[in-house]
Ligand binder design. Structure first.
Ligand code: PGA
Length: 253
């Protein structure tokens, strides 16, 4: 079962300058007008680090929530040129953070590093969006569940506050490719993640699981039929207010 509150999360990746706030403004206006459905969903936007302070200040009392896309694996302050700690991000008013995106994993981020980042983010009271996903070779070898379980096992601990953890299942081969898992594959994978969380991590509450990978205004029509999802992590289509709004519109159509 999925919870009724859905998440539409925009991951801007390396995109955006200060004037890109107009994208948020348009999404926010749509949200306010969407009286019929707007109690059923939350919108999060993850702009780059250069913008999160300004955006989170401007959006402090608005409905769109601001998320960070990543953080460094050490906390507070230190001699780590170019790095930003969870503590520093928290202090600009951001409460959500994406950790373990496959694009960061591809740059050498290991489960061990991700584990540290999750731990420090939880300590700083963030809600963590933990990304997991198999690559195409792993999928072809039918290793999807094994890979996902190991990504979860190596990062999460039984005593964590799972109300503060959202899992984003993003098959690596689907990101930015226009390829998506079949309904059957996706349902099976989501149920297998839920089973692992319940049996191995002994979670009692409903953990939110999002899907990410080529979600756009067309594919959302198909994804909305999958009952076990709590929302979507949207890359490319979140950089335009129209595309992002169309996803929400089509989801509730
Ligand atoms: P995409 O990216 O929607 O462009 O496929 C998703 C993601 O990387 O989170």
């Amino acid at each position: 079962m999925s919870s009724s509150l859905k998440y539409f999360v925009g991951n801007w990746k390396m995109f955006g300058i200060p004037s890109s706030i107009k994208i948020l403004d348009k999404i926010n206006s749509y949200f306010l007008k969407d009286k019929k459905n707007n109690k059923k969903y939350k919108i999060l936007i993850a702009p780059p680090l250069t913008l999160i302070q300004d955006f989170s200040k401007k959006y402090r009392n608005k409905k769109i929530l601001i998320s960070a896309q990543n953080c460094f694996y050490k906390d507070k302050f230190g001699s780590y040129t170019g790095s930003v700690s969870p503590y520093m991000i928290k202090n600009v008013g951001v409460k959500y953070i994406i950790i373990g995106h496959s694009e960061n994993r591809a740059q050498g981020e290991t489960n061990k590093i991700i584990k540290e980042k999750v731990l420090l983010s939880l300590k700083n009271n963030f809600t963590v969006l933990l990304c997991i996903g198999e690559n195409i070779n792993e999928k072809n070898k039918k290793l999807t569940s094994k890979v996902l379980n190991s990504q979860l096992r190596n990062v999460l601990k039984k005593n964590y506050n799972f109300k503060k953890i959202i899992i984003a299942y993003e098959p690596v081969w689907s990101i930015g490719s226009g390829k998506t898992p079949t309904n059957n594959e996706l349902t099976k994978t989501i149920l297998s993640i839920r089973k692992f969380l319940k049996n191995s991590l002994k979670t009692k509450e409903h953990i939110k699981i999002l899907y990410g990978g080529s979600v756009d205004k067309k594919s959302i029509n198909y994804f909305k039929s999958i009952k076990h999802l709590d929302g979507f992590l949207i890359g490319g289509a979140s950089k335009s207010s129209k595309n992002f709004i169309d996803i929400i519109k089509n989801f509730y159509k």
